[in-house]
Design a protein around this ligand. Structure first.
Ligand code: NAD
Length: 500
């Protein structure tokens, strides 16, 4: 059976119909068109290894055209009343929900996650449009007098200008909406370069933005197999004012260097190495459930995924056994299969990397409680895996795993747990399980992470400021903070006390 044979329900569209609806072209200045040199690339379904679409691959020339369109549209979009911009965002929010079946299916086809998780992402991804529609209409500045009494100070916020948005493959819808919605709400135009592994969802979103009434040129979408050429063209152009990137720390560092030449405003949502800490007084039922959520969402392919399980020595044996029992219940299968609870990894290379991390840990003395093997057959599946007795210097603790592997180690004191948690260059998400709220708040003060899940395993929410510390990046997406990543702060100083 091929992936496209799986029905979605009697009265639903088939996967062929959904793929046929979805643009495979670049979206520039309101027009869907092929690449200037006719170049294309193929998108594969990681559950089957089959090609599901052939996509136009933007060249440097196409990138320049996309930026031209964004620059031409910038002034009119910035001057469009906030309420009007907000209405377009709200229409997009509604359209994403109306087309939930298509978007969820596209995500599962191109990225692999189980369909139920793709539906969750539709809800999460759409929410950025509603949240930032509300923000667009509520932006304010402030007025004050200077302390020595000589100046009146008027502070306002203006859209920063054309923004270049680069997204990864792991959340094909939400990573795009988390950038597009605040950019548009702020009054910025944009060029979006989705990951070459998962361009279909972004291209379908572009069609929905068009249907929602977004003027031509305000959003341009340019998938490309040649990311460096596209990025160089856009980032070296002085009209670009902003780069917002979500992806690996390695590529983030490179783009930060490139951003220096034109002194671009940067938002960097980079890699993570989240500690999941279970203190001695934790509710173990909640901790095990939280561990499944924080590890297995997206097959572990999330920047917020729990990467290191640090469990108090008195609870470690029971926690590990119960986690392994839960992992064994998961079903590795094509995400379109309604019974699938663990999809494939994104590629053969990604699976080989995960397998190498597990092998390295085992060679260093770790024991496998469950999993630890690739799944035979088509697709890039890897068994949900629990490792215990993992030495602190194993690669699996130091590197972002990006797969369904939970390495567990123990600690004796809270101080020791904190030191272990902070011993990484990353600082994105963290998780803490304890019933002592005062201790939790003190712990958070010293924990080097931008976000903490306190007795909860999933923390992403459009209303919360998402982002990291240290080498996990800078800037915040979502929350009241998110729109300011796309705005300049300006101030007018006027003399006071001279009129009478
Ligand atoms: P990646 O860094 O390989 O690619 C991300 C994007 O950058 C893609 O669109 C890719 O085409 C582009 N890119 C790659 N090389 C480039 C270059 N030289 N110049 C310009 N663009 C380039 O990351 P990925 O494999 O797509 O995603 C996984 C990574 O993303 C993980 O490290 C994960 O932690 C991170 N991530 C972070 C967050 C967050 O919010 N902090 C969210 C999701 C994913």
């Amino acid at each position: 059976m091929t992936n496209t044979d799986l029905p979605m329900g009697d009265d639903s569209q088939t996967t062929e119909e959904i793929l046929a609806l979805t643009s495979t072209n670049l979206y520039i200045d309101g027009i869907e068109r092929p690449a200037s040199n006719g170049a294309t690339f193929e998108v594969e379904n990681p559950a089957t290894g089959t090609v599901i679409a052939t996509i136009a691959s933007a060249t440097a020339e196409d990138a320049a055209a996309a930026l031209d369109a964004a620059c031409t549209a910038q002034q009119a979009w910035a001057e469009t009343p906030a309420r009007q911009r907000a209405n377009i965002l709200l229409r997009t929010f509604n359209l994403i929900h109306e087309h939930a079946d298509e978007l969820a299916t596209l995500m599962t086809l191109e990225m692999g996650k189980p369909l139920s998780e793709s539906y969750t992402e539709v809800t999460y991804g759409a929410e950025f449009f509603r949240w930032f529609a509300e923000q667009a209409a509520h932006l304010d500045g402030h007025y004050t007098d200077s302390p020595e009494g000589k100046l009146r100070i008027i502070v306002s916020h203006r859209p920063i200008g054309p923004a270049y948005l680069v997204t990864p493959w792991n959340f094909p819808l939400a990573m795009a909406t988390r950038k597009l919605a605040p950019a548009l709400a702020a009054g910025c135009t944009a060029v979006l370069k989705p990951s070459e592994a998962t361009p279909l969802t972004s291209l379908r979103l572009g069609q929905l933005l068009c249907e929602a009434g977004l003027p031509d040129g305000v959003v341009n979408i340019i998938p490309s197999l040649n990311a460096p050429a596209v990025s160089d063209t856009i980032m070296q152009d002085p009209r670009t004012r902003k780069i917002s990137f979500t992806g690996s720390t390695q590529v983030g560092r490179h783009l930060l260097r490139a951003a220096a030449d034109n002194v671009l405003r940067t938002s960097m949502e980079l890699g993570g190495n989240a500690p999941f800490i279970v203190l001695e007084d934790a509710d173990l039922d909640a901790a095990v459930q939280g561990a499944v959520d924080a590890k297995m969402r997206n097959m572990g392919e999330a920047c917020t995924a729990a990467n290191r399980f640090l469990v108090h020595e008195s609870l470690a044996a029971e926690f590990s056994q119960r986690l392994a029992a839960r992992f064994k219940e998961l079903k590795c299968a094509n995400g379109l299969d309604p019974e699938s609870t663990c999809g494939p990894l994104i590629s053969k290379d990604a699976r080989e990397r995960v397998a190498a991390l597990v092998d390295d840990a085992v060679e260093s003395g770790a024991k496998v409680l469950c999993g630890g093997k690739v799944v035979d057959g088509p697709g890039y599946f890897y068994e949900p895996t629990v490792l215990i007795d993992v030495p602190a210097d194993a690669r699996v603790y130091r590197e972002e795993i990006f797969g369904p592997v939970a390495p567990i180690t123990t600690f004796r004191t809270v101080e020791e747990a904190l030191d272990m948690a902070n011993s990484t260059e990353y600082g994105l998400a963290s998780y803490l399980y304890t019933q002592n709220m005062a201790l939790a708040l003190d712990f958070n003060d010293r924990l080097e992470a931008g976000m903490m899940g306190l007795n909860v395993g999933v923390i992403s929410n459009a209303a919360a400021p998402f982002g990291g510390l240290k080498q996990s990046g800078m800037g915040r997406e979502g929350g009241a903070e998110g729109i300011h990543d796309y705005m300049d702060t300006r101030y007018i100083g006027m003399p006071r006390g001279t009129s009478f």
